[in-house]
Design a protein around this ligand. Structure first.
Ligand code: IPE
Ligand code: IPE
Ligand code: MG
Length: 250
């Protein structure tokens, strides 16, 4: 495998429902098997030495799904947090959550908060779960937080720039997003990391999430390594060792 490993990979884990439906199973079975993919991809990412893995598990818009499916997803999330606790603690993984966490039921929020707190000192890999998450909602919240600082006289108006806005996002503690993968063949962002994906390499994979395992991730990483990320510069600039131009959005 190439040495140009991304530092931060984000995944839109899509296709659980369709995976189940073509097998004549209830959608929730797809979510259940999808949790196995989460385990395998997390383990492989840790072993590869990724600094950050961000998984889109439940969007702000997914609350509008049938109540029965939302309930089953919440129960699976709780099971995941309980079952994976030891693995996360033993492997120096730092768990981080982004999204409107307050909206989660206590039986999810409590184990989530506990595991985030207990793993906060870990330096192995940051595993971020996007839960009750929307990119637009996240940007609106960051804008509100900065506006409050301006109103309080702590921040000048022109202090709102790319750095402060990026830093006010809950992903501000992570390296820039390098690679964004979406499974299931859909080619859209669906309100995932809107700001953070500005210069991410996008990859749309024709595999349903419950079938996506480490070999599929390795293929994505191979493709990533073969791409030229230019950040607005020319190929010649990037290839010129004498050039003192620094890409600014990486
Ligand atoms: C992704 O799979 C999981 C969540 C959005 C929670 P889906 O449930 O969206 O599966 P499809 O896209 O309907 O197949
Ligand atoms: C995006 O998938 C959200 C997650 C994977 C958690 P959706 O299935 O909700 O997105 P759309 O509806 O196809 O855009
Ligand atoms: Mg979907």
């Amino acid at each position: 495998m190439s040495t140009s490993l991304p530092r931060h990979v984000g995944i839109i884990m899509d296709g659980n429902g369709r995976w189940a439906q073509v097998r004549g199973l209830p959608r929730i079975e797809g979510h259940r098997v999808g949790a196995e993919s989460v385990r395998d991809i997390t383990r492989a990412s840790r072993q590869l030495g990724l600094e950050a893995l961000t998984l889109y598990a439940f969007s702000s818009q997914n609350w509008a799904r049938p109540a029965e499916e939302v309930k089953a997803l919440m129960e699976l999330l709780r099971d995941y947090l309980v079952d994976e606790r030891a693995e996360i603690m033993d492997n120096q993984i730092r768990l981080h959550a982004i999204g409107d966490i307050e909206r989660l039921p206590a039986f999810v929020k409590d184990p989530l908060d506990a595991l985030c707190r207990d793993s906060a000192h870990h330096r192995g890999m940051t595993l971020t779960l996007a839960l009750s998450y929307g990119g637009r909602e996240s940007l609106a919240r960051a804008a509100r937080a900065l506006a409050a600082r301006v109103q309080a006289g702590e921040l000048p108006l022109d202090g709102i720039d790319v750095d402060t806005l990026g830093g006010a996002l809950p992903t501000g503690i992570l390296p820039s997003l390098d690679l964004l993968i979406r499974t299931s063949g859909e080619q859209r962002i669906s309100n995932f990391l809107l700001w953070e994906s500005a210069y991410a390499e996008l990859m749309f994979v024709d595999v349903m999430w419950p079938d996506f395992r480490r070999t599929d991730l390795f293929k994505c990483l191979e493709q990533y390594a073969a791409r030229e990320r230019r950040f607005g510069l020319t190929s010649a600039q990037l290839a010129d060792p004498e050039s003192d131009v620094e890409p600014t959005a990486g």
